[in-house]
Design a protein around this ligand. Structure first.
Ligand code: SAM
Length: 237
């Protein structure tokens, strides 16, 4: 039985490893057609997470197994694909002083996207250290020749986002599909206590019915777990 499980695991990982570059290439073409300046960033992510034996899902699982939190549903990994970022951001009207905060940023690619494409501040918060170390390494690598990219305003922190001061953000993103209801409530509590009216919250899957929130828009798009809906809310005056 153990051997059968091992075999299934091996086949699953091989299929993932071999299919990742094809899926990523399709996304890369679409993204670079619109934002060619993202090539070095996308290729740095490709070197770390795509053309390697272990992708982001494996990296998340390995750290969670090591820290004995593999069964904790809060840390289940799923990615917002690069192409989904095009849909999620197409109707966002961003001010130059906008501060994007990603609650559980995973690899951090959404933060790189926001800072590099729109020139706004972006802060990625993530409980898993491997992702944060990789994001910081990508920043260092691309700040140097031949790339010389600028990353002012882009930050990554390895911390529990409930310890972050939400008053620093003006636009929050949480891919909170798998977060238990208690965690989603704790996020909302902080959002209402610490954020100014007008602050926006972009979330997936779960609808929010709260008189303190106004629904601004809804977008349906594909995520690593299938089709899902992203909703953009704003804290009322
Ligand atoms: C579904 S993944 C989404 C990753 C990324 N936002 C994306 O869309 O590609 C959720 C992430 O939130 C992180 N996470 C969950 N609870 C957290 C917490 N309290 N503090 C920081 N990160 C957390 C998990 O480790 C996981 O990487």
């Amino acid at each position: 039985m153990l051997n059968l499980h091992r075999l299934i695991g091996f086949v699953y990982r091989k299929v993932d490893q071999l299919s990742r570059p094809f899926i990523f290439n399709r996304q890369k073409k679409q993204i670079l057609a619109k934002y060619p300046q993202l090539r070095p960033v996308m290729e740095a992510f490709e070197r770390r997470y795509i053309r390697v034996q272990y992708g982001a899902h494996d990296i998340s699982l390995m750290e969670r197994i090591h820290r004995k939190i593999a069964q904790d549903e809060r840390y289940i990994y799923g990615a917002t694909p690069w192409v989904a970022l095009l849909r999620l951001t197409e109707k966002l009207e961003l001010r130059p002083d906008e501060v994007f905060v990603e609650l559980g940023c995973g690899t951090g690619h959404f933060c790189f996207f926001m800072q590099q494409v729109f020139g706004i501040q972006a802060i990625g918060l993530e409980a898993l250290n491997t992702f944060i170390l990789n994001a910081k390494e990508i920043m260092t690598e691309l700040s140097e020749p031949p790339y010389n990219l600028h990353f002012e305003g882009l930050q990554f922190h390895n911390l529990d986002f409930l310890h972050f001061n939400f008053s620093r953000g003006t636009l929050f993103y949480a891919a909170w599909t798998c977060f238990p209801v208690t965690l989603r409530e704790a996020i909302l509590d902080k959002f209402f206590k610490e954020c100014k009216p007008g602050t926006r919250l972009l979330v997936l899957t779960h609808t929010l019915e709260d008189p303190r929130l106004e629904l601004l828009s809804e977008v349906e798009t594909f995520f690593s777990w299938g089709k899902d809906v992203a909703r953009l809310y704003q804290k009322r005056e």
